[in-house]
Write a new protein. Structure first.
Length: 168
């Protein structure tokens, strides 16, 4: 299987090409940078390899404790982490649980530095929970999740292309 450095190098190439295509297609530069940034974040931090004590697992630093349940429950290269359809959904769903938990914790302790972000997050959550999100907020969440899913999907595809699918 490709190592962490190879996954990152390929992700950077894909991100560059995708950025050029998106920008040439008329997507605003700030949105292109957000998509690319999320894709690269997903490659480095929300990897299917979080099912072992890998480089992405180590990058979380003291927050890697949040990934211990995932590491303990999901066997390495199982369908739950490396299946081409189920793997990205599982990893990104687990990450979204962490992100929601962090949002709730920040909201509870009300950090003044992130107050505007919390307000926007609360509004997005309110709209999603009442099933009445604005188009902009829905698209923001959808693009964020899609970029993370794309990063996990690219990881699995690269594993398959570089060394064959050894899941069986």
């Amino acid at each position: 299987m490709p190592g962490d450095a190879e996954h990152i190098a390929w992700a950077q190439r894909v991100a560059f090409v995708a950025g050029v295509v998106l920008y040439a297609s008329g997507v605003d530069l700030i949105h292109v940078l957000g998509i690319i940034g999320t894709f690269l974040f997903g490659t480095m931090y929300v990897s299917p390899d979080l099912d072992i004590q890998s480089k992405p697992f180590q990058r979380w630093g003291i927050f890697r404790i949040l990934w211990y349940p995932f590491l303990r429950i999901v066997a390495h290269r199982s369908n739950w982490s490396h299946n081409i359809l189920l793997g990205p959904i599982t990893v990104v769903s687990y990450f979204m649980l962490i992100a929601i938990g962090a949002g709730i914790a920040l909201n509870k302790f009300w950090l003044p530095v992130v107050e505007p972000l919390i307000d926007q997050g609360q509004e997005i959550l309110r709209q999603l929970m009442t099933l009445h999100p604005t188009h902009d907020n829905f698209m923001l969440v959808a693009v964020f999740v899609a970029s993370l899913l794309a990063a996990a999907e690219w990881h699995i595809l690269l594993d398959i292309m570089m060394k064959g699918d050894r899941q069986k």
